[in-house]
Design a protein around this ligand. Structure first.
Ligand SMILES: Nc1nc2c(c(=O)[nH]1)N[C@H]1C(S)=C(S)[C@@H](COP(=O)(O)O)O[C@H]1N2
Ligand SMILES: [Mo]
Length: 332
């Protein structure tokens, strides 16, 4: 099932100015077998196994750029920053820890189980994650609660297509997500100090209508390549209208529930991190303002990269209706 997104949001890569978009686009097309050999040189930083294996399946060849008007002239966050400035506390609590500590993380074999209040329980293995779904490339903003943001070309599929295969029962009102628990591979789980005091596994949740919204993506790649471990390989959630912590990485379990599930950051500091976590410039974090953000771009001291934060991270047209009548100050 594909739900149409309003036209104003469906742009092609030509609407984004950064030249690297085109280079990356060509790399992706080449890997998918659409460009002749020798069309360009590419030395990918990480494995392309999934994409080369899935070359024959349906793939929307132009990326869908889901950016608000104010962002259309913005450049993509360079790949080098997307894969080196991360929050993934299982590999350490500082932004440079994940890239340094996650490189030998084993993502194959993998098992993702969809269970709970469903008609069909589903278990997907590593190959299924991309083989079973038509992959799309989508450019989304992602804003961290710590007030930095990026613009990232993700590769993935709509969570709604996976949920539809599992057939949620009418009693299913929430979707809970769980990250792998493996302290032997994840130093932050082995040491409370390294792991920022989180009780693992990392868990997240969405209301079922949020999970089924067409913007909610299961990402298996970025910049046309298999997802690097520090960004949540082999499969992670991307919910672009919510603060980054909702976009849980390296998922092994999806459970349909009749009640709201606990979430990691809410358990750690309930007054700072709510269940909804919708990007909202009007509701500050208790310790800092949420009115503006630092867009991570090509950087440099002279980069003018402080921008106003937008309600729902700019995706109000797609999601504001989900919260009609709700007090978003109380449900932060
Ligand atoms: N399992 C897990 N998922 C996680 C996190 C984490 O620490 N553990 N950090 C979250 C936070 S706070 C953010 S901002 C995003 C960052 O995603 P990125 O590193 O791909 O930009 O991942 C989210 N998903
Ligand atoms: Mo975050």
């Amino acid at each position: 099932m594909r739900i149409k997104i309003p036209k104003s949001w469906q742009l092609t890569a030509n609407d984004v100015t950064d030249e690297s978009v085109y280079r990356q686009r060509r790399t992706l097309l080449k890997n998918m077998g659409f460009l002749g050999a020798g069309a360009l040189m590419s030395t990918p930083a990480h494995s392309l196994d999934w994409f080369s294996k899935s070359a024959k399946k349906t793939f929307i060849t132009e990326p869908l750029t889901y950016l608000p008007q104010s962002d259309k002239q913005q450049i993509l966050t360079p790949e080098s920053k997307v894969i080196s400035h991360n929050n993934f506390y299982e590999f350490g609590a500082s932004k440079s820890d994940p890239v340094n500590n996650a490189q030998s993380f084993q993502t194959n074999p993998w098992q993702l189980t969809i269970s709970g209040q469903v008609e069909n329980k589903i278990i997907l293995d590593y190959d299924d994650l991309t083989r079973l779904f038509a992959l799309e490339e989508r450019i989304y903003r992602l804003r961290c609660v710590e007030a930095w943001s990026m613009v990232i070309p993700w590769v993935g599929f709509q969570l709604s297509t996976l949920l539809a295969k599992a057939k949620p029962l009418s009693s299913a009102k929430y979707v809970a997500f769980e990250t792998l628990e493996d302290p032997e591979q994840m130093p932050g789980q082995a040491s409370r100090r390294l792991g920022g005091g989180i009780n693992y596994p990392y868990v997240e949740g969405l209301r079922i209508d949020e999970a089924e919204n067409p913007l909610t993506l299961m990402a298996v790649g970025l910049y046309g390549k298999t997802l690097p471990p520090q960004n949540g390989a082999p499969i992670r959630l991307v919910v672009p209208w919510k603060y980054g912590f909702k976009s849980i990485k390296s998922i092994v379990g999806i459970t349909l529930l009749d009640k709201q599930p606990p979430t990691t950051w809410n358990q750690l500091a309930a007054n700072e991190y709510g269940f909804y976590a919708n990007v909202n410039p009007g509701v500050d974090h208790p310790r800092w303002s949420q009115a503006s953000e630092r867009r991570i771009t090509t950087g440099g001291l002279l980069a003018r990269n402080r921008i106003d934060t937008q309600m729902f991270n700019g995706y109000g047209e797609q999601v504001a209706h989900l919260y009609k009548g709700m007090d978003l100050r109380a449900n932060y």
